[in-house]
Write a protein that binds this ligand. Structure first.
Ligand SMILES: Nc1ncnc2c1ncn2[C@@H]1O[C@H](COP(=O)(O)OP(=O)(O)OP(=O)(O)O)[C@@H](O)[C@H]1O
Length: 511
């Protein structure tokens, strides 16, 4: 993408207004939680027609900035915000953002599965027509028009749950834009593609560009996926420790240069060489049927890292909860642990400290006759936050106060510390920054070297390529192929997932 703003001698964009006033201008955005200055004098501009990517390590302030833009948090009073040149005062009226045309799509998309596509898409208007006459025929016609314009081949009367994941994400985006009425300024996309394959992401951003051209709006894209942000943004803004680290034209950025700016170092993309362990089977999964899994067979061996992947909806996502759910009581005693993707509702206890969360599965082992002393809790807590690089490194902090990525480190670490024989991981590095991702992968490989069998279900092919000894591809609820050795490589995995989908037979069938 060609940036429309001037570039300085250091390759960074000059942060002054361009020829015309940007759609959104943030000046000195600052916010303080207790003694933590989560955002410190951040100034940035989001010009019309541009996608501005917002990246930064876990806890750098991305979500906080978004929450200021939707009125959840009040910034410190030095902050000044301008929308299409007009200063707005969110302290006085948090709904000002919405009225000035700012809308959001979050990772969970916020769709209601049982409702029709039309009801989801035109939700706001239908809601406001409450009690009044709703012309359903006209609503469906309008929804059908929108779907057709954005290439979604579906009847708008059908439930949204029948759509493929990419189309669901697209509907969520169209709805967010539709809800703004005539006043369309900024669409904030908060990791909307984490569950999508690359091809889905491309489709989605094709539609986003079309929206930008049609409405002269802007997009603020928050993501941890460096390739995605480079491919789809015009400008990339890097936050570090609550401050503006840099503003760059996306065309000049590479994943290595970005990770350097984000975490202060380049992050390794090499695959470690691992010795083949003994072939002892620790988990024999035969004919597993659950959700969309329709007879999944595989063996998991001691000390190996096995990946499970496929297109969203292929059934690979249903395997781990089914395995864990099959033995809920005895699972932990037998050394099986499960780390779900949804760490907020399933993974951690929000109201207690990081240290208590981290030590919870080992409380019995660590406690003396009089329970766990505060001193022991603090000592183990300190050791934990250091080993898993949890930030801020305060074990006494409430879990709920951590950023999303730091919560993920705590949830993963607390289970790995139980020295399990089997670890079941669903999207383990989702929402985790590029540096922490490397740390987590390292911990997983160390666990495997110590004999733990790791089963990892994800569409993050890059992560699979970095840690897996074998990768199983699932299609229509069954294992249709296995990649091992040099074939455990990102593009090869992606190709086989896609080719399997088209019904060809590119890889060795298992069984
Ligand atoms: N409600 C809150 N109370 C106290 N501290 C908070 C609160 N919300 C955020 N913080 C702190 O503000 C800082 C920025 O957090 P934020 O969630 O914005 O980071 P982030 O860049 O979105 O991280 P991630 O990539 O992990 O989602 C962190 O130090 C976090 O602990």
């Amino acid at each position: 993408m060609i940036s429309r703003r001037p570039v300085g001698s250091d390759g960074e964009l000059v942060g002054l207004p361009g020829r015309s006033e940007p759609n959104v201008r943030l000046q000195n955005v600052s916010i303080t939680f207790g003694d933590n200055k989560a955002l410190d004098s951040v100034s940035l501009e989001i010009p019309a027609g541009e996608v501005v990517g917002l990246v930064g390590e876990n806890g750098s302030g991305k979500s906080t900035l978004i929450k200021i833009l939707n009125g959840v948090y009040r910034p410190d009073s030095v902050t000044r915000l301008f929308i299409r040149g007009e200063e707005i005062f969110p302290y006085e009226d948090p709904s000002a953002f919405r009225r000035h045309g700012i809308s959001f799509v979050h990772q969970d998309l916020g769709l209601v599965p049982a409702l029709s596509i039309t009801e989801n898409l035109l939700h706001e208007r239908i809601l406001h027509a409450r009690g009044a006459f709703i012309n359903w025929r006209a609503m469906h016609r309008e929804a059908a028009g929108l779907l057709a314009r954005f290439g979604i081949a579906a009847d708008p009367r059908q439930p949204i749950s029948t759509l493929a994941d990419t189309d669901k994400a697209l509907v969520a985006i169209l709805r967010a834009v539709e809800e703004l009425g005539p006043n369309k300024t900024l669409l904030v996309l908060d990791e909307p593609t984490v569950f999508l394959p690359r091809s889905g992401t491309e489709l989605l951003f094709g539609a986003v560009r079309k929206l930008l051209d049609e409405y002269d709006m802007s997009v603020l894209l928050v993501t941890h996926d460096l390739e995605e942000v480079i491919e789809n943004s015009d400008t990339i803004v890097v936050l570090k420790g609550g401050r503006l680290q840099s503003v760059l034209p996306a065309e000049s950025a590479t994943p290595a240069s970005l990770s350097e700016r984000i975490v202060g170092r380049t992050v390794g993309t090499g695959r470690p060489v691992r010795a083949a362990g003994p072939a002892e089977t620790v988990l024999d999964c035969t004919g597993l049927v659950s959700g969309r899994a329709a007879g999944v067979d595989f063996e998991l061996r001691r000390g190996e890292v096995l990946g499970l992947t496929g297109l969203a909806g292929s059934g690979f996502e249903d395997v781990l909860p089914a395995i864990y759910g099959a033995a809920p009581r005895g699972a932990l005693a037998r050394g099986i642990v499960y780390v779900p993707a949804d760490r907020k509702t399933e993974g951690g206890m929000l109201e207690v400290s990081v240290a208590e969360n981290a030590l919870m599965p080992r409380l019995g082992a660590l406690s003396g006759p009089f329970g766990l002393s505060p001193r022991t809790l603090a000592r183990h807590g300190r050791d934990f936050v250091e080993r898993y690089d949890v930030r801020p490194s305060d074990p006494g902090k409430d879990f709920r106060m951590l950023s999303g990525g730091n919560q993920q480190k705590v949830v993963l670490g607390k289970w790995l510390d139980t020295n399990p024989s089997v670890v079941l991981l669903q999207d383990p590095t989702q929402g985790v920054d590029v540096g922490a991702r490397e740390g987590i992968n390292q911990r997983l490989l160390e666990a495997a070297d110590d004999g733990t069998a790791v089963l990892c279900a994800t569409t993050d092919y890059e992560q699979l390529a970095l840690i897996c000894d074998r990768v199983l591809i699932i299609e229509d609820g069954r294992v249709v192929g296995e990649l091992a050795g040099a074939d455990v490589e990102r593009n090869t995995i992606a190709m086989h997932v896609m080719q399997g989908h088209r019904g060809t037979d590119p890889i060795r069938k298992v069984g």
